[in-house]
Design a protein. Structure first.
Length: 312
């Protein structure tokens, strides 16, 4: 167990260090004058060269690449993301506000996606090859083919414009989360439905199941003790990846539905070339990927203890 933990910590350090360096390199060498972008975002007006030079000095853009990188990485080791180059405020409080808006949306999208995918997959495997199975596969394929931004606009057009059932923009009430969560959830369901269906069908085809049935084990017991654990491993993998990659969808969905959150926070920071804010979001996202991978590994060992035994 200690060996596994040390391996995880080493992988996490490598991933986070590489992410921090790559992010800093891309931002540092991005086209345009970052000082001008920061000054425009800060003052929202046409500026003189003297003001731009002052902003460049305050943001540390006059320093060399490695000097600026060391100045940023040092505090980062204690999860201190510094201060915004535009507002001058500490990054953490604003980042926490963005996460507070993003987290309910992401969790609601995952819940909707899991509920839809489980329902479709269970219906599909009752009669493999039947019309319900083909219908579930068609729905999953359609969901994969539709981009999130187009699906979001269609939902706004239907439920907010024509039917006037739900609000389209903002995040003031719980009703404001329904359409963006549905947009995210349908995308998650499209991926999970096919994986759950394939996992269940593969588990049902295991060669040892007829022998277990001849021993008098009930169908419910076989489903619980043999089919479900076997089918759960690929589902856990895809579900974990969906949880991590959901951030990509959240960015687009928050912009479409005009919601404050991590996606809007990132887009605004990129537009203003606010290096501390952009780097904070990227590093936090990488940390989430690493954490999700650890949780997937733990769940693997709970579902199938033989995985841990083979590693030992």
């Amino acid at each position: 167990m200690i060996k596994d933990l040390m391996g995880f910590v080493l992988r996490a350090v490598v991933v986070l260090s590489g992410t921090a360096l790559a992010t800093f390199v891309l931002l540092w060498h991005a086209p345009g004058d970052p000082a001008q972008a920061i000054a425009m975002a800060r003052f929202d007006a046409l500026l003189t060269e003297d003001v731009i030079d002052q902003v460049r000095e305050e943001a540390g853009l006059n320093a060399g690449f490695w000097t600026a990188f060391r100045a940023w990485v040092g505090p980062l080791l204690t999860l201190d993301f510094g201060r915004s180059a535009v507002t001058g405020r500490a990054v953490w409080p604003d980042l926490l506000v963005a996460i507070r808006y993003m987290l309910p949306l992401a969790l609601a999208g995952l819940a909707i996606g899991l509920a839809i995918s489980l329902s479709l997959a269970i219906v599909a495997v009752k009669r493999p090859g039947g019309w319900l199975d083909r219908f579930a596969i068609a729905i999953a394929s359609l969901g994969t083919a539709i981009p999130a931004y187009w699906l979001g606009l269609l939902l706004i057009l239907l439920f907010a414009v024509h039917l006037a059932w739900l609000p389209a923009m903002g995040a003031r009430t719980p009703e404001h989360v329904i359409l963006p969560a549905l947009t995210l959830g349908l995308g998650v369901a499209a991926s999970l439905t096919r994986i759950i269906r394939s996992g269940i069908l593969e588990a049902r085809g295991q060669s040892f199941l007829p022998a277990i049935r001849r021993r008098g084990v009930s169908s419910r017991g076989i489903d619980r003790d043999h089919i479900a654990p076997h089918a759960a491993i690929p589902v856990v993998t895809v579900f974990g990846l969906e949880l991590a990659f959901l951030l990509e969808g959240v960015v687009m969905v928050e912009v479409i539905f005009g919601r404050p959150g991590l996606g809007t926070f990132l887009v605004t920071a990129i537009h203003a070339r606010d290096f501390p804010q952009v780097q904070a979001v990227i590093v936090l996202t990488a940390l989430m990927f690493v954490t999700v991978n650890l949780l997937i590994d733990v769940v693997y060992r709970v579902i199938d203890p033989r995985i841990g035994a083979r590693d030992a």
